[in-house]
Design a protein around this ligand. Sequence first.
Ligand SMILES: [Zn+2]
Length: 289
Amino acid sequence: MVDLHTHTIFSDGTWTIEELLSNAAKNNVTTLAITDHDTSLPHIKLKDIDVKKYFSGRIVTGGEFNCVFDSVKIELLGYGFDPFKLQDWIDKTYTKNNEINGYKKEFQEFLDLCKKNNIKTTPNLQYNEVQKFPVKIIYDDITKYEENKKFFTDEEWNNSGIIFRKSTCNPNFILYRNFSKQYPSAKEVSNKIRKYGGKVFIAHLYLYPLDNYIEFLDNLRNNNIIDGVEVYYSGFSSTQIKTLENYCKQNNMFMSAGTDCHGDKKPDRKIGIGYNNMNVSEDVIKNWL
Ligand SMILES: [Zn+2]
């Protein structure tokens, strides 16, 4: 079976490359891609690892890249590129984001948005490195004050994940931030992945809170940004999967599949298997891999 979306300690996963490979083997994954955020270093590191000791299947070079399309922050998956060449570009492009200073800046932007919209926050609220993610600190703080509830839907109020996604994707959301200054455009990411021999897929479409998913796919396609769609993904409903399968068939797009396994951090999202039993066959990828 196929799993083309996994994370290690090279970004926000908890497993080393060796642990990821062992677990992939244990669950009978036959084609695997490591897709850490904004890096291709695990695939460079792989050259120094005795892979066969851990995993006997096929490994595809991969990465998951933050970028902005149409004011929406999305993630593009790249596969099959030259990891050394892409890493040179990554080193120049993703410098300021995952560092504490970037988070501090993001945190300040959230505070400014709260102030502008009269959302109450604790006076002198500071960024802290323990909680790390600005949106989490802000969420924990604003939900302490019942009077803030009126600014949010119940779904938003009860789920920091929804607040996070909307703050990155929905320009009409009260805490929306435009990431264009922080991340490259989807076009640039796509061009680089293709330039170094790879193909480009839109990751987990239904995680973005969009109004019209098909229109969004059409726009990505018409702008020649994607070669395919991550059709099979942990947590997608069978209706969502069907919709994406049909879309790919009708528009000659390639299909990919991934669990987004993060190791022990999200233990119910198992490598190769996802939440239930994804068990995606090699047939799905045979026309492009
Ligand atoms: Zn991911």
